[in-house]
Design a binder for this molecule. Structure first.
Ligand SMILES: [Mn+2]
Length: 555
């Protein structure tokens, strides 16, 4: 097994991702087509990165083909519904709980929506703040509240009060204590421990201030700190500020950490992985306008508002080997379908915009993809040749299926040469690696690849499985019939058909159950009272089974 990587989508690849995938219950044609077409697109379009994907577990047959040619499994996806991460987030710089109110006010007035997320010391969301939450702090400036006990990081004081330390050392990060204006103090007054006194230059010179034993002193109105004499006997900390006393009192309030003003209760926020549909519902019933978005660690990724709902990066996809909504991923209609490459009938297909649609009545999607390689002059690497070949051989049951065309065979021969394998030997080996279904539950066998049809007034299901050896199934026929009957009852079908198709036996063992079993009697010559019949040369559900049942139903 080689370690060749055919898609190199790095995590930090900023190119737009396009997912390429086939139908649910992926078969080998679907799985290989996703890979071979992604490879082709990555050769011709460097602007985007094309990622092969599957909508379910890949089969044993497909796994064999991938391993044989040394290709990685496609990624498995189960939903493409738009998520918050697909929305255009407003980039914001969150407020930290210890940030001074002054900084927050300055930041918020220039912020759209006047609301910002608030984060703790680990950068995790803990609340939001809007301009209205800040109003009380601005109004309280008029009150004479500077004597109260305060708790402010020195970082905030230094910045907002524009302090310069000229003496002493700061042993703590946070100031915890009361603030006094020297002029307001009397000779009889004591100050509390850890107190801070604000004075002017003239007052600072006097011995009385030191006798009060303040822990901190701020000398106001000092343009040049070097002009101030140090106080040799004082062991507290002395700062100067260019601000005057009045400005310092104002600034004290603005240096307070924003913490107390932050709205922390009933916090409404969204995570990147949430469905946009859920977000829409929540937003419409919320009284807020703007909401923080966090990642899986609670770290703020941005903000969204109602208008963000209009601005969603649609996912881009390419469908191969299918075009029906029911066979595709949930939420396919909300994505931008760029292309469809398919060889099935066109069913309930609607798109919002024009697209590149290529459909040809050939035996396999990989036949069409091989033609596109040729048309675009893209060199086919061995592994891609091997996978295209695998898709063709699997879908046409090595050209036995009536859906097979001369073109399938001709291209398969060329691909086998590039892949360096003998077409028939490789094909039989690959198909023999298919699951040994005889060991699985009858319900799984029936439901694995079951298609539903309405034929006139009848509801019909036709399941098909490829088996190596039909003999192995004879011993579980009774259980298969019972399960087919319950499939009819539980789903309200009139007829349930199961095709056990075998390349080795050269045909299909066809089982039928349900009230309208006579449809199968008419269509396939199934004897009354019998429940199964072997049809030599029968390989195709869409060409040999469905049309005949239709005829019978409309007789
Ligand atoms: Mn196919």
């Amino acid at each position: 097994m080689s370690d060749t990587k055919f898609v190199d989508a790095k995590l930090n690849d900023t190119r737009k991702k396009v997912y390429v995938f086939g139908h649910k219950n992926p078969d080998t044609d679907s799985t290989c087509a996703a890979i071979t077409y992604s490879y082709l697109k990555n050769q011709v379009d460097g602007e985007k990165v094309y990622i092969p994907a599957v909508l379910g577990d890949i089969s044993a047959e497909s796994s064999f083909a991938l391993e044989y040619f040394g290709v990685e499994k496609p990624v498995k996806i189960d939903s493409l519904k738009p998520r918050v991460s697909d929305m255009v987030l407003e980039k914001v710089e969150p407020v930290h709980i210890t940030d001074p109110i002054q900084d927050v006010v300055q930041k918020i007035v220039t912020t759209e929506g006047k609301t910002l997320p608030v984060v703790d010391e680990h950068e995790r969301l803990m609340g939001v703040i809007s301009i209205t939450d800040l109003v009380p702090a601005l109004i309280s400036l008029r009150q004479k509240n500077y004597m109260r006990k305060m708790e402010v990081p020195f970082r905030n004081l230094l910045k907002v009060l524009q302090l310069t330390k000229i003496q002493g050392s700061l042993d703590e990060d946070t100031f915890r204590g009361s603030v006094y204006i020297f002029n307001d103090l009397t000779y009889y007054q004591r100050i509390s421990r850890n107190g801070l006194i604000i004075c002017n230059r003239h007052e600072y010179g006097k011995g009385f201030i030191f006798s009060l034993e303040p822990r901190y002193i701020i000398v106001a109105d000092v343009e040049d700190p070097s002009m101030l004499e140090t106080a040799p006997g004082y062991d507290g900390v002395v700062f100067t500020s260019v601000k005057n006393i009045y400005e310092l009192v104002q600034a004290l309030n603005l240096a307070l950490p924003v913490y107390d003003l932050v709205k922390k209760e009933n916090l409404e926020y969204f995570t990147l992985s949430e469905d946009v549909e859920d977000v829409r519902k929540n937003m419409l019933t919320s009284r807020y306008r703007r909401f923080p978005v966090v990642d899986e660690h609670g770290i703020v990724a941005g903000m969204i508002s109602r208008s963000s709902l209009m601005d969603i990066n649609l996912k881009e996809v390419i469908l191969v080997d299918h075009n029906e909504r029911g066979q595709s991923i949930d939420g396919i209609e909300t994505n931008r379908i760029l292309e469809v490459i398919d060889h099935h009938r066109i069913a309930d297909f609607q798109t919002m915009a024009p697209l590149y649609y290529r459909s040809e009545p050939v035996g396999s999607t990989n036949t069409i993809i091989c033609k596109i390689y040729r048309e675009k002059g893209i060199k086919i690497p061995r592994a891609m040749a091997g996978l295209m070949l695998s898709g063709i051989l699997s879908d046409t049951l090595i050209f036995n299926s009536p859906t097979s065309t001369p073109e399938d065979r001709q291209l398969a021969e060329q691909l086998a040469e590039i892949a360096g394998v003998n077409l028939y030997e490789y094909g039989r080996l690959m198909i023999s690696k298919g699951e040994n279904l005889a060991d699985t539950e009858p319900k799984t066998i029936i439901e694995r690849d079951m298609k539903k049809f309405t034929m006139g007034k009848y509801r019909v299901s036709v399941s098909q499985v490829n088996v190596g050896d039909i003999e192995a199934f004879y011993k579980i026929f009774d259980r298969l019939f019972d399960e087919l009957e319950s499939t009819c009852r539980e789903n309200g079908f009139d007829l349930a058909v199961l095709m056990l198709t075998s390349l080795v036996a050269g045909g299909t063992e066809l089982l039928a159950a349900g009230e309208a079993k006579w449809l199968a009697e008419v269509a396939f010559g199934l004897e009354k009272g019998r429940m199964h019949i072997f049809k030599k040369g029968m390989f195709s559900r869409k060409k040999q089974v469905v049309p005949r049942l239709m005829e019978a139903a409309y007789m």
